[in-house]
Design a protein around this ligand. Structure first.
Ligand SMILES: Cc1ncc(COP(=O)(O)O)c(C=O)c1O
Length: 470
């Protein structure tokens, strides 16, 4: 029996070699994809049939949440990492706030069902459950970029030799624009004081290289949790530990991870973080963002002060000295945008009800399934699609970068077919199957559309120019 078992494995190994493949890990084989990238191709429990997609849906514990969302008619909406969809819960909370404005006027600040005066802190407390923080460490406020300015300015204290900020060259550009302007505001030169971790392949960052940049002249590290193009998830725990070993403060832009990836800010001892709420949090276009302030830093002085950061019960004393609340709320600047926060109340209800663990589990399965379909159906000629997203679960966020030389025109062709992804230059069709409202069958259909668009050279109909919003 033993000999027979060994023989089976040996012949399987020979067959893999004959196919030009070689064993890498127990369930994975490494191959050169059509896009000439070295990838680890995971042999999952999937198959390529439509029935299989339907079977996955029939076993999906989150399937019932789809009907809680407004899916644009006739569309396969896989763009939740750009703008998540409206839920019935959010519609209800927005309508309630509108009604409170209508019937209560200014009294809404205290008498609304969720008093507007405390709304930002209340949403923060709810959202803290998604990021492993205490309720008072999170607040709904501002916008992502404003929060970068507010928090980085608070933590960036260039002194003596320690003047540099470490960031990375693959982050979302607004983060770099903000960092450069912050350095300039201190009278320093960004070309000398901003160190960007590079990337050998333009897709992924290597944590070891980021750590190498954490030298004695570094004051602060500011990184994304998930890279907006490739979907790589950085090891925030490790990076935080390594920064702190060197007495460097560290913060993260978690716009591409909160709501779909669990975070443990307190356990990891992250100094600060911020994130938007219009992606996986389904808060709506331009919705209020969030920030996390580690409680050990509550005593720091907010660098961008404003009256809504005042100690709450003294705020309306309207004194000219500034006493900030010893909580994340202390980093609020202006009156909370209640209408842009109202949808978040509804959407957080759904996420908390569905459970982040189950959301992450389905997200990983959906992205693995999509990558499997690309590998199996679309990687060879004439399709030539590749996957530019890490295969390892612990290195993957919630979306997949499907790469192709004609990605921009393919994205247009997908849109004409009712599929809604987005295009990220130079060659990425970015696809985010959202666990709360996408189905496995939709993922399967996306793969068929990608195939047909090449079969009929359909993408050639579209101009080679990018639209204003892509
Ligand atoms: C990672 C990241 N940070 C910041 C932003 C910009 O945020 P905002 O326009 O809310 O300032 C985006 C926008 O998509 C983003 O993806």
């Amino acid at each position: 029996m033993l000999i027979t078992g060994k023989w089976v494995w040996f012949t399987l190994y020979l067959r893999l070699i004959a196919l030009g493949l070689y064993e890498n890990e127990i369930s994975c084989v490494r191959r050169i994809s059509a896009a000439q990238t070295t990838q680890v191709r995971c042999v999952q429990e999937f198959d390529v049939s439509e029935d299989f997609a339907r079977k996955l849906d029939s076993e999906d514990p989150l399937a019932r949440f789809r009907e809680r969302f407004f899916i644009p008619e006739g569309s396969i909406y896989v763009d939740g990492n750009s703008l998540g969809l409206l839920s019935r819960n959010s519609e209800k909370t927005v309508l309630r706030v509108l009604d409170e404005w209508k019937t209560l006027g200014i009294k809404g600040w205290l008498e609304a069902k969720r008093s507007w005066f405390y709304f930002a802190e209340e949403l923060g407390a709810k959202c803290s459950k998604l990021v492993g923080a205490s309720p008072e460490e999170v607040v709904a406020t501002g916008t992502t970029t404003v929060n970068i300015h507010s928090l980085v300015n608070t933590f960036y204290q260039p002194q003596g030799k320690r003047r540099k900020i470490v960031a990375d060259a693959l982050t979302f550009p607004t983060d770099i624009y903000a960092l450069r302007s912050i350095i300039k505001l201190r009278g320093l030169d960004p070309s000398e004081n901003l160190a960007l971790a590079g990337s050998a392949n333009g897709r992924f960052l290597d944590e070891n290289e980021i750590i190498e940049l954490m030298t004695e002249d570094v004051a602060l590290v500011f990184l994304p949790s998930v890279l907006y193009r490739s979907g790589q998830l950085l090891d925030m725990r490790r990076l935080t530990g390594e920064a702190h070993k060197r007495n460097i403060l560290i913060g993260f832009d978690c716009s591409h991870s909160v709501g779909v990836v669990p975070h443990f800010f307190d356990m990891w001892d992250v100094d600060f973080a911020l994130w938007c709420s219009y992606k996986y949090l389904n808060g709506g276009p331009g919705a209020t963002a969030f920030l996390y302030m580690n409680k050990k830093h509550f005593g720091r002085e907010p660098a961008v002060a404003g009256w809504f950061g005042y100690v709450k019960d003294k705020q309306f004393d309207l004194r000219l000295d500034f006493e900030h609340a010893r909580s994340a709320g202390g980093w609020q600047i202006s009156s909370p945008a209640i209408l842009s926060s109202a949808p978040i109340e509804g959407s957080l209800e759904i996420i908390l009800e569905a459970g982040l663990e189950r959301i992450r589990e389905k997200s990983l399965k959906m992205t693995a399934y999509l990558m499997y379909l690309v590998d199996e159906l679309l990687s060879e000629k004439p399709y030539c699609y590749g996957v530019g997203t890490p295969r390892e679960e612990e290195r993957r966020g919630g979306h997949v970068a499907v790469e192709h030389d004609e990605a921009m025109r393919i994205t247009e062709a997908l849109r004409a077919r009712g599929v809604v992804p987005d295009f990220r230059p130079p060659n990425v069709v970015r696809i985010a199957p959202v666990p709360l409202y996408n189905t496995y069958h939709e993922v399967w259909k996306v793969a068929q559309h990608l195939k047909e668009i090449i079969d009929c050279s359909e993408f050639e109909k579209y101009p080679e120019q990018r639209k204003a919003v892509s």
